[in-house]
Design a protein around this ligand. Structure first.
Ligand SMILES: Nc1ncnc2c1ncn2[C@@H]1O[C@H](COP(=O)(O)OP(=O)(O)OP(=O)(O)O)[C@@H](O)[C@H]1O
Length: 227
């Protein structure tokens, strides 16, 4: 479902004499439907960079990143948008929302943009918010003033509202208490069971060991330093 072939990335620092930093060199990986793969490696190895490349936020210099039958490296912007709507979900560590939109609509929105009618989309949003222990009194409020853990759970509810066949998770359990952490792990397990291909960054080793089928050390893709 997710296949990276010879993927490389350099950053050019235009404000620092156009210095070029090579971060990823010829990364190859495949994630099958129903599989959860953890990206591991030392701080600075390139985990977040690789994740942003797979979502299409960072440009990839060479190689291909296939999500189903779409190559993100070659895709036109409108194809990337269509892919993100229907096929490729991303749960980042932090919630970014339009101010004043109520939590229930924030969670239902990924379904609404796919044409699901409001009542069905909101039913799904209510079920997820209940499962993730967001009190009902908060559902009509914007999540902008919520606590860090509440915002993270709203973000997770939103990310799991639509059954994306491919899912990227950046530290999905980072600010959570043990009970809510278990709930998030069960959502990930459900997504695997329905056949989602998942790539995640988990600094929480226990969570990683319990949910991931394999680990890929991104350090293996770090370019060799030139002496
Ligand atoms: N936008 C950018 N511009 C320039 N360099 C960048 C940029 N983003 C990341 N880098 C560099 O790429 C390298 C990899 O960074 P990245 O954030 O992907 O590492 P990481 O493995 O996710 O680290 P951590 O575990 O500390 O979050 C670092 O050397 C970083 O300085």
């Amino acid at each position: 479902m997710i296949t990276l072939t010879d993927v490389s990335k350099t950053f050019t620092l235009h404000n620092q004499g156009s210095a070029v930093i090579a971060v990823i060199d010829k990364a190859n990986l495949t994630v099958a439907p129903g599989e959860c793969v953890a990206l591991t490696g030392a701080s600075g190895a390139g985990k977040s960079t690789l994740m942003r490349m797979i979502y299409g936020n960072y440009l990839t210099q060479s190689g291909s990143i296939r999500i189903g039958d779409v190559d993100l490296v070659q895709a036109q912007p409108r194809d990337v948008i269509a892919l993100r709507r229907a096929k490729l979900g991303y749960v980042s560590q932090f919630l970014r929302v339009v101010p004043r939109v109520p939590t229930l609509d924030v969670v239902a929105e990924p379904l609404r943009v796919l044409g699901i009618p409001a009542p069905a989309a909101q039913d799904r949003a209510r079920a997820l918010l209940t499962q993730l222990n967001i009190p009902q009194r908060l559902w009509g409020l914007s999540p902008t003033t919520f606590s860090g853990g509440e915002q993270q759970r709203v973000n997770i509810a939103r990310g799991f509202a639509h059954p994306y066949p491919a899912l990227l998770l950046d530290e999905p359990t980072a600010s959570l208490d043990p009970h809510n952490r278990e709930i998030v792990l069960s959502l990930i397990a459900d997504a695997k069971a329905r056949g989602a291909a998942i790539i995640g960054i988990f600094h929480d080793a226990e969570a990683r060991d319990s949910i991931c089928d394999r680990e890929i050390d991104v350090g293996a893709f770090t370019p060799q330093a030139v002496a």
